[in-house]
Structures are given as structure tokens and as C-alpha cells.
Ligand binder design. Structure first.
Ligand SMILES: [Zn+2]
Ligand SMILES: [Zn+2]
Length: 132
């Protein structure tokens, strides 16, 4: 069982099945919804995803037939869903466990933030590092 939750803890979920390959989406709506350079997502079948609490998720239709669901208290994005499909598009930042999936690709690079480079090799710090 793989588990996830929102920032405030009001929304918790568990996944019994497999999590699909990891896709990093750079589309403008993902950037806006997540307030970040891109959103990392993977498909999960409806019947293996289970919300553990009686919380009604917030919902925003970001494009026709595609709804984004989030915690109504802290606004963590949990998943998106296209009408008529049998899978959700899980927002991987909400996971508490390793999805045990592999990265597949970057999509919507045509709408990528101009200030983010897929090629740069930046210094990595284990925790916050003050800029000098
Ligand atoms: Zn929350
Ligand atoms: Zn996107």
C-alpha cells in the first residue's frame, strides 16, 4: 500500500495498485495550479485509489472536461481527472511513500517556464542554503 496526504493532513489516501510511469508536465495550467515550474504526475486506476477521510475535495475545471482536485483547507493538489476515464492523474508531490515508478518524460515543454532549464546542472544542497 502506498500512501499520500495533503499539507494540512485533512486529506489522506492510499493506493493499492500500481502507479504508472512518472511524467513531468510543464503546461501553463499545471504551472499555475501548482505555483511551480512543473508538475510531476502519474496515472493510477480509479479502483486502486481510495480517499481515507470524509473530506469533499475542492474541484476546478482547468480545461473543458479536465478537473483538478485539491484539499479545500490547504489547497494541496491531489489529482486531476478527465471526464469519462477510469484513472486519475495523481499529483506525486502529495505522496508520502516511494511510488516505485520510473521517470518517463517531460511534456508540454513548449509552455515551459522560461527561467527553468532542463539542461542545467545546479548545485544540490541537502537543506536550505542561504544565497551569498
Ligand atoms: Zn490539506
Ligand atoms: Zn500540465
Amino acid at each position: 500500500m502506498i500512501t499520500g496526504s495533503c499539507l494540512c493532513g485533512n486529506v489522506r489516501y492510499e493506493i493499492s495498485g500500481k502507479i504508472g510511469d512518472i511524467v513531468h508536465c510543464h503546461c501553463q495550467t499545471c504551472r499555475k495550479a501548482h505555483g511551480s515550474a512543473f508538475s510531476s504526475v502519474a496515472d493510477v486506476q480509479d479502483n486502486s485509489f481510495k480517499l481515507l477521510d470524509e473530506v469533499e475535495l475542492g474541484c476546478y475545471e482547468s480545461s473543458p472536461g479536465k478537473n483538478r482536485y485539491f484539499c479545500p483547507n490547504c489547497a494541496t493538489q491531489i489529482y486531476a481527472k478527465k471526464v469519462g476515464t477510469e484513472y486519475i492523474i495523481l499529483r506525486l508531490g502529495s505522496l508520502d511513500d516511494d511510488p516505485k515508478s520510473k521517470e518517463l518524460n517531460h511534456i508540454w515543454v513548449s509552455q515551459k517556464a522560461s527561467w527553468y532549464s532542463l539542461k542545467s546542472k545546479l548545485p544540490e544542497h541537502l537543506e536550505f542554503e542561504q544565497n551569498s
